[in-house]
Design a protein around this ligand. Structure first.
Ligand SMILES: Nc1ncnc2c1ncn2[C@@H]1O[C@H](COP(=O)(O)OP(=O)(O)OP(=O)(O)O)[C@@H](O)[C@H]1O
Length: 272
C-alpha cells in the first residue's frame, strides 16, 4: 500500500509543481494519473521514489516512510518500487537478457552489478519473465535491434524481475502507435492482476486511461482535482482537470503521440 500525504514540490526556480497532494494506492489496481502538460504528473511519480526530492509531505510504502530514509535505506527500498521510466532506458548495446538481469540488483551501480555472476535462479526467473512479456525469443538480441514496443516490454520485464511491491510507470505509450500502446497497457494490467501489485501510470492519453485504468487521479496545476473510478470520469470532470488547457493539451486529451528523440541513448546511471 502506497500512502501519500500532503506532498509538496517547489523547484528551486520557484515552480510549485505539487501543491499538497494526498492519496492512497493499493490492491492490484491500475491507477492512471492524467492532467494537462505541466500539471505535475512526472514530478509526482518521481517524488514517490525521491528521484525528485519532495519539499514537504510524506510517502509511505507499507510501513516504511520513504521520505525519511537515509541514502542507503532509500537504495534498498527502491528495489520494492519497480520503475519503468524513460531515463532508465535500456543499454542499447547489451542484449535483452543482460538488460533484464540488471533489474535483479536494482538500478544502482549498473556496471558493477553487470560484472557479477548472476545466480542460476535469477537467470531462470529472467527467462520466465521474458516469456511472460512475450520476448523470450528475443533474449539474445541487442536492444538497439528492437522496436519501441519491444523495448517497453524489456523495461517492464526488468522492473518485474525486481519483484516490486508497486510499479511506477512514466508515459509508457508516448512513442508508440495506438495498437502497440494498447498491448503495453494490457501487459501492465496483467502484471497488476497476476503479481497482485498496484501500478501507477503517468499517462497523457485519456482514452487509454479510460480503457485500462481502475482509478483515475486528475492533476491540475499541482493539485489533485479528481480522484475516482474510471466510470466517474465524465465530461465535467475532464473539463475540471483540463480547464486551463491550451490547444496542445487538447490534442493530448484526444490521443497524444509525443515524439521521442530516438537518438538519445540513456544508460542506467542513477546515482543515489
Ligand atoms: N527540474 C525542474 N526545475 C524547475 N521546474 C520544473 C522542473 N521540472 C518540472 N518543473 C516545472 O514543474 C511543473 C510540473 O512539471 P511536470 O513535468 O511534473 O509536469 P507534467 O504534468 O509531467 O508535464 P508533461 O505532461 O508535459 O510531462 C511545470 O511547471 C514545470 O515547468
Amino acid at each position: 500500500m502506497l500512502k501519500i500525504n500532503d506532498l509538496v514540490k517547489v523547484y528551486p526556480t520557484g515552480d510549485r509543481a505539487l501543491d499538497g497532494v494526498s492519496t492512497t494506492i493499493g490492491g492490484n489496481s491500475i491507477v492512471a494519473m492524467i492532467g494537462p502538460s505541466g500539471a505535475g504528473k512526472s514530478t509526482f511519480v518521481r517524488c514517490i521514489n525521491r528521484l525528485v526530492e519532495p519539499t514537504s509531505g510524506q510517502v509511505w510504502l507499507d510501513d516504511v516512510e520513504i521520505t525519511s530514509l537515509s541514502k542507503n535505506g532509500l537504495r534498498r527500498e527502491r528495489r520494492n518500487m519497480g520503475m519503468v521510466f524513460q531515463e532508465y532506458g535500456l543499454v542499447e548495446r547489451l542484449t535483452v537478457m543482460e538488460n533484464v538481469l540488471s533489474g535483479r540488483l536494482g538500478y544502482t551501480g549498473f556496471w558493477k552489478s553487470f560484472r557479477r555472476k548472476y545466480p542460476k535462479e535469477d537467470i531462470q526467473k529472467a527467462y520466465a519473465t521474458l516469456d511472460r512479456v512475450g520476448m523470450l525469443e528475443m533474449a539474445d538480441k541487442r536492444v538497439d535491434e528492437l522496436s519501441g514496443g519491444q523495448r517497453q516490454r524489456v523495461g517492464i520485464a526488468r522492473a518485474v524481475l525486481q519483484t516490486p511491491k508497486l510499479l511506477l510507470v512514466d508515459e509508457p505509450t508516448s512513442s508508440l502507435d495506438p495498437e502497440t500502446s494498447r498491448k503495453v497497457m494490457e501487459l501492465l494490467t496483467e502484471i497488476a492482476r497476476e503479481d497482485d501489485i498496484p501500478v501507477l501510470i503517468n499517462i497523457h492519453e485519456v482514452n487509454l486511461a479510460e480503457q485500462f485504468a481502475d482509478r483515475i487521479l486528475g492533476l491540475s496545476d499541482g493539485g489533485l482535482v479528481f480522484e475516482g473510478s474510471t466510470d466517474e470520469l465524465d465530461e465535467s470532470v475532464k473539463n475540471k482537470i483540463y480547464r486551463s488547457d491550451n490547444s496542445q493539451d487538447q490534442d493530448d486529451i484526444s490521443n497524444d503521440k509525443t515524439v521521442v528523440d530516438e537518438s538519445t541513448e540513456i544508460e542506467s546511471n542513477v546515482e543515489l
